[in-house]
Ligand binder design. Sequence first.
Ligand SMILES: NC(=O)c1ccc[n+]([C@@H]2O[C@H](COP(=O)([O-])OP(=O)(O)OC[C@H]3O[C@@H](n4cnc5c(N)ncnc54)[C@H](O)[C@@H]3O)[C@@H](O)[C@H]2O)c1
Length: 343
Amino acid sequence: MKVFVTGVNGYIGAVLAPYLAERGMSVVGLDAGYYRDGWLFSDNRRMPVQPFTINKDLRDITVADLEGCDAVAHLAELSNDPLGQNNPQVTYQINHKGSVALAEAARQAQIRRFVYTSSCSVYGAGTREFLDETAGLNPQTTYAECKVLVERDVGRMAGGDFCPVFLRNATAYGPSPRMRFDIVINDLSAMAYTTKRIAMTSDGSPWRPVVHVDDICEAIYRSLIAPASAVGGRIFNVGQNSENYRVRELAQMVAAEFPGCELSVGASGADNRSYRVNFDRIHRELPGFACRYTARDGARQLRDLFERIQMSPDTYQFRAFTRLRQLKYLQATKQIDADFRWH
Ligand SMILES: NC(=O)c1ccc[n+]([C@@H]2O[C@H](COP(=O)([O-])OP(=O)(O)OC[C@H]3O[C@@H](n4cnc5c(N)ncnc54)[C@H](O)[C@@H]3O)[C@@H](O)[C@H]2O)c1
C-alpha cells in the first residue's frame, strides 16, 4: 500500500513514516516544512531512507499530487489551540478548507481510504462525564471548531467509493525527531530534566486524556488496513480509559520519573478546556488495535532520550520545538507572510 502522508515533517508524521515503512507500506509525504529547523535526535536504524516528500502547501494540492497512491493519512494542519487562536482566518483556510479540498482531490484520484487526525478537543469544556463518540461537541477554540467542520464535511463524502476514518486523538506524548515541547507531558518532562523543577502556574485541575505517539501511529495503521465495513465514515476516540489524568497528576507522575525534581502547584485555573474521554469503541471495533503505552512509560522514555542526547535548556527552548514560537519567528523574519505562505 502506498500512503500519502500529509504533515510528514511534523511531530506525529516523523514517527508515522517509519512506522508504516516497518509494516511494509511505502510513504509519499507532503509538508510545507514550517518546523524543519527542528530535529531532536536521529535513529537511523529506524528510518534508513527518508520518504519522498513534496514540499508544498496543503492549500495548493492537486489531484496529480496524489497519483499512484492508495490511501491518505492527513496530518498537515496548524496543530493546536494557541496556533489556531493566533490566526483564526488562516486556521480555517488550512485546517478546514485545505482538509476538505484534500479529501475531494483524493476522491477524484480514486483513493478510497482517507484517515483524518481529529482531536478529543472537539469535546471542549465543562463536563465530568466520560465522553464517548456519541457525546455532544463543545469546541472551545478555532482549532477544535475546524476539527468538527472537517468531520462533518468529509463525513458527508463517505459512501461506496470513499471511506474516510476520523481519529479523535487524545493529547500525544513521547519521543519524535520533530519534537514538540508545547504538549503537556513532553513539556513537563523537558522542564523536569533541564531545570529539575516543575513550577505550575495553574492548579492543574483540568482533565486531559493522553496517548503515546506510537499508539496514534498504530491507530492510523489499523485504520488504513481495516475492512471498509468496519471503519467507513466512523469516528474513533484514540487512547485508553485509564489514561485520563488531571494535569496535576501528570506533573506528579513526571516529577517522580525525574530524580531530584521539585514540584509546585499554582492557585488559578485559567484553562477551561477539560474533558474525560471514553475509549471503548476503538478497542472493541477497530480490528487489531490496542494501546501499548502509559503516560509513565512515556515520561521514562523521554528521560532516557534526554539523558542519551544530554539535552540542554537551549534545546528545550528552541523555537522549532514550540509550534507557535516557530511560526511567529518565520513571520517576524518575513520568511512566511500573513497567510503563512513562504516568501
Ligand atoms: N500532537 C497531538 O497531541 C495531537 C492530538 C490530537 C490531534 N492531533 C492532530 O494530528 C495532526 C498532526 O499533529 P502534530 O502534533 O504532528 O503537529 P505538527 O505541528 O508537529 O505537524 C503538522 C505538520 O503539518 C505541516 N503543515 C501545517 N500546515 C501546513 C500546510 N498548510 N501545508 C502543508 N503542510 C502543513 C507542518 O509543517 C508540520 O510539519 C494535526 O492535524 C493535529 O491537529 C495532534
